[in-house]
Design a binder for this molecule. Structure first.
Ligand code: DAT
Length: 177
């Protein structure tokens, strides 16, 4: 067992919008008792925004302010974080990183039903085609803690949930390094 290991792990779930991060995290928090930190909610609550991006129709995140707001909880451990980017978080925060991946034939419909259109829709589809977030995660964290998971179907979502829940249980029992 590594020295200085947290009693409860911190987990990052990342991937293109629509791949299933929040659906997975909500159930994972329920299964494991870990606290799910919704980055979007924290950003809103503490007003961690700089300006408004007209093209993407969303406010631009003030990353430094957000990280300051999250630091105490992340240092404690036992948190699940989901976000569609991952390289601005401190590497030391996470014990394991999951990158959810979805085939575009599914992702397109999910994003359209969320109201995405035009450039925002196309850019997010391209982001998934070019596996941008996977490469971002692989560049920001040690390869052995980065895991790519398919999230095309409800069965795959269930399987991912079971595997991650089992991993957390092992950690709680001191079996992971
Ligand atoms: P994200 O948080 O990555 O933006 P989400 O959890 O909000 O994604 O999911 C977007 C939509 O897609 C939501 O209606 C649930 C559905 N979905 C997510 N993962 C799925 C999967 N593996 N199989 C079927 N539907 C899925």
């Amino acid at each position: 067992m590594a020295s200085g290991r947290r009693a409860l792990p911190n987990i990052l779930v990342t991937g293109t919008p629509g791949v299933g991060k929040s659906t997975l995290c909500e159930q994972l928090a329920e299964n494991t008792g870990l606290e799910w930190l919704e980055v979007g909610q924290i950003a809103k609550e503490f007003e961690c925004f700089e300006e408004y991006d007209e093209v993407y129709q969303c406010p631009v995140l003030d990353e430094e302010k957000l990280l300051d707001e999250m630091e105490d909880k992340m240092s404690e451990g036992g948190r699940i974080v989901d976000y569609h980017g991952c390289d601005f978080f401190p590497e030391r925060w996470f014990d394991i990183v999951f990158v959810l991946r979805t085939d575009n034939k599914w992702l397109y419909d999910r994003l359209v039903s969320r109201g995405y259109s035009g450039k925002k829709l196309e850019d997010n589809i391209q982001c998934e085609i070019f596996q941008t977030i996977l490469e971002e995660a692989q560049g920001a964290y040690k390869p052995e803690i980065v895991h790519e998971l398919r999230s095309d179907t409800p069965a795959e979502m269930e399987d991912n949930l079971e595997k991650i829940t089992a991993w957390v249980e092992q950690w709680k029992n001191g079996a992971c390094t």
